[in-house]
Design a protein around this ligand. Structure first.
Ligand code: AHR
Length: 491
């Protein structure tokens, strides 16, 4: 197998925000996750220092918050001020203590050096309530700026990224909308938000579906900087019936179909230069929360509340997740011209890359993939090609045979001038030898893999999956282990 790299042909420069994160008020992402004031591992502001350190190591560029479905009935005013009252969270049917709100979120982002990306309530919320929230975060004057100052935060937070709504196209969402309702609400909300802060970058819940998004862009396109799209490839929200390794790899076929279709809509509307894609919720696995989105939700807690704890089972996050996640990051790099933000959903607990327990954290397999891509890959995508590519045949989602390319590679140029190439071997069993042309004579190979496709990290075995590295000559073929993700940094 031969891989050719042409460092002189730049394809695009990626935005660091494709390595973004998402945290929702769901299960243990916030409370007991990143925010755990009673835990001795937390700092004086209540944030888990081990979680902060792990998020700093992967240079978290942006965090989307507070939802997700949660936000579509959330009143941001209840999460600020000195007299926080618990409320009933109608999205997830649990008590929201409101001890973590906008000011705590702003502090979290400040501690990490991450941009704030607020997703606002366009379910029960109004254009005025959304724009009042932006007044609270970004203005020096007015009632809500005064409220922020009285809450002890004199300086505005200067939130740059603000989303109108979350999945308001979905019947599961509180305050779901028809396409024409959505277009009108986004238009009026965007108008007010831009009046509050003309520099705020606005996104709105969109789909790769033409019907919904053409209506949105026709009415509100002139105000928007982003369209927000989501995908959980393995839809196990009500079953927790995980895809096999082979099925997870079959999802890597046509991985960019949503991006292709959404980009096509932006081109058709002449908005490709003005509006970028924020893939602001993505993960292989859908979150497990049965009995909530049916017309009449379950009443037996063992059927809708306690099952959420099963998201905490670390054995579910194997090399299938690691290899799949790397393929998605490669996809974002290949589409760096239009996908300028992406947010792993979520970052802490649930299906996240970091699992917290009372005495520490577990870095799941997907964390090491982010560590590899953020810290070893470059920001400039350069041309690379393989004249021939091995394929493997799996059973496709429809049951028929599906041919899948074994290798997935992207070549980049780093700020230090070195070539860094992601080399993913999706085969569950076969080693691949790859010869490199145009990459010099030696390098360092950083690899994430494990003994078999089912390995995972947990409290007792935190390093079953980790990054290993070795220096090597690349004048002869490089060996890529099965089910592995590597980045070769050429000297
Ligand atoms: O399963 C979690 C939910 O997935 C998020 O709250 C929502 O945005 C998406 O539908």
């Amino acid at each position: 197998m031969e891989l050719y790299v042409n460092q002189n042909r730049t394809l695009a420069k990626r935005d660091e925000m494709i390595f973004g994160h998402f945290l929702e008020h769901f299960h243990r992402q916030i409370y007991g996750g990143v925010f755990d004031p009673c835990n001795p591992l937390s700092d004086t502001d209540g944030f888990r220092t081990d979680v902060l350190e792990a998020l700093k190591k992967i240079r978290t560029p942006i965090i989307r918050w507070p939802g997700g479905c949660f936000v579509s009935a959330y009143d941001w005013k209840e999460g600020v001020g000195k007299n926080r009252q618990p409320v009933f969270d109608k999205a997830w049917r649990v008590e929201e203590p409101n001890t973590f709100g906008t000011d705590e979120y702003a502090l979290l982002c400040q501690k990490l050096g991450a941009q704030m990306y607020i997703c606002s309530n366009a379910g029960t919320g109004t254009a005025e309530q959304m724009s009042d929230w932006l007044e609270y975060t970004n203005l020096e004057v007015g009632k809500y700026a005064q409220m922020r100052k009285e809450n002890g935060h004199t300086e505005p937070y200067k939130v740059r990224y603000f989303s109108i709504g979350n999945e308001n196209y979905g019947s599961w969402e509180i305050g779901a909308k028809e396409k024409h309702e959505w277009a009108r609400l986004v238009t009026e909300a965007a108008k007010m938000l831009k009046r509050v802060d003309p520099e705020v970058q606005l996104s709105a819940a969109a789909l790769s579906d033409a019907d919904w998004t053409m209506e949105l862009l026709t009415h509100a396109g002139r105000y928007l900087n982003w369209v927000s799209i989501h995908r959980y490839w393995d839809p196990i929200h009500t079953t927790n019936d995980h895809a096999s390794y082979e099925k997870a790899m079959s999802y890597t076929c046509k991985l960019d179909s949503e991006i292709q279709k959404t980009q096509g809509l932006l081109v058709a509307m002449g908005l490709k230069k003005q509006i970028h894609i924020a893939f602001d919720e993505w993960n292989l696995q859908g979150w497990y929360h049965p009995g909530i989105h049916s017309a009449i939700p379950e009443t037996d807690e063992t059927k809708w509340l306690t099952p959420r704890d099963e998201n905490d089972d670390n054995s579910q996050y194997t090399l299938a997740d690691a290899v799949f996640t790397a393929c998605v990051l490669n996809m974002f790099l290949r589409h760096a011209d239009c996908v300028r933000m992406a947010n792993f959903a979520p970052s802490v607990n649930t299906r996240g890359m970091i699992f917290t327990h009372k005495n520490g954290i577990v870095l799941r397999s997907t964390y090491h993939i982010f560590d590899l891509f953020v810290n070893q890959m470059g920001e400039t995508i350069v041309d690379s090609w393989m004249p021939e590519q091995p394929v493997m045949t799996f059973t496709g989602p429809e049951g028929g045979p599906l041919q899948i390319p074994v290798l997935d590679t992207v070549a980049t140029l780093r700020a230090d001038g070195k070539t860094a190439i992601s080399l993913i071997n999706k085969s569950p069993a076969d080693t691949v030898q790859i010869s490199l042309s145009g990459c010099g004579k030696s390098g360092t190979l950083y690899t994430v893999t494990g003994e078999n496709i089912s390995v995972y990290n947990d409290i007792e075995h935190p390093d079953s999956v980790k990054i290993t590295q070795r220096t090597l000559s690349i004048t002869s073929p490089v060996t890529l282990p099965p089910h592995s993700v590597s980045v070769l940094v050429c000297d």
